[in-house]
Design a protein around this ligand. Sequence first.
Ligand code: CAA
Length: 285
Amino acid sequence: MSIKNVFIIGIGTMGLDIAQVFASHGFAVCAYARSEASLDRAKAKINGTLSKRVARGKMTQDEMDFILHNIDWETDYNKLDRADLVIEAVAEDSSVKHEIYDQIEALCPERTIIATNTSSISITELAAYTTRPDRFIGMHFFNPATVMKLIELIRGMNTSDETFNAIEELCREIGKEPVEVSECPGFVVNRILIPMINEACFIVQDGVASIQDVDTAMKLGANHPMGPLALGDLIGLDVCLAIMDTMFNETHDSKFRACPLLRKMVRAKLLGKKTGRGFYDYSAK
Ligand code: CAA
């Protein structure tokens, strides 16, 4: 099937970057948020990022205009009737996702594939909230989605080969490399990456090394592009905690026990870049 119209629900950090990726490849994108205030924030953010790239000579003004021209900003679901693909990128809460699928399904044409960008919730469970589990798939982008090449494609128990193949081809059309992953908590990348970030939290909590030294150690000693604590701040410490908790709850394996410091920081709303403070302070930037 040919996918041309993409409707993205939730334009936080991930949804907005995903919208940019599709728009830059000439897709007609609808970017949906619940409120005008969220849309205004998203528009200001993408305008700011793209303008900076133009100013630095990384992108032409025409390329920026092309991206913005391909995005319609929506606070209702009216344009779902033309969607070939819906990508849901809202909070990691299955009841919130369930409510959204209930609202949108009747408005989508038969052919519409629903993809979720969930980083940890079972695709089979989410697919079962819809009446089209064969046309439901996990399409897991990485942060920052404009830069990171990988998309994990996760089949739910009932995802059809036709759906999988269409989305696999689409990933390549937007310049990404898909990998096929069977459903399991954390998929591949997060099952490795998030316990590493969690362990870095334990190291700080236990007073073994400072925040800066943990990050320096992993950058210079393991050649990571950024340290695990800075990466946790980039991903969002609430997202990291939600992934640890899901992996623990699904497996009851103690290796997935969330670090108490991580939980405490989330309770204190020190979530990282998005709230201005996590392990580092971003308020001045
Ligand atoms: N649109 C398009 N391109 C952009 C961009 C944007 N919004 N923002 C940055 N870029 C481009 C930059 O222009 C640059 O490209 P050029 O070489 O052409 O200039 C490139 O992307 C790198 O950007 P920067 O120079 O700003 O930054 P950097 O070189 O310091 O790299 C980084 C930043 C890509 C974040 C790097 O530090 C990195 O790879 N970190 C690790 C990220 C990671 O592990 N992400 C996965 C998180 S896990 C996840 O997301 C899954 C989950 O479920 C939790």
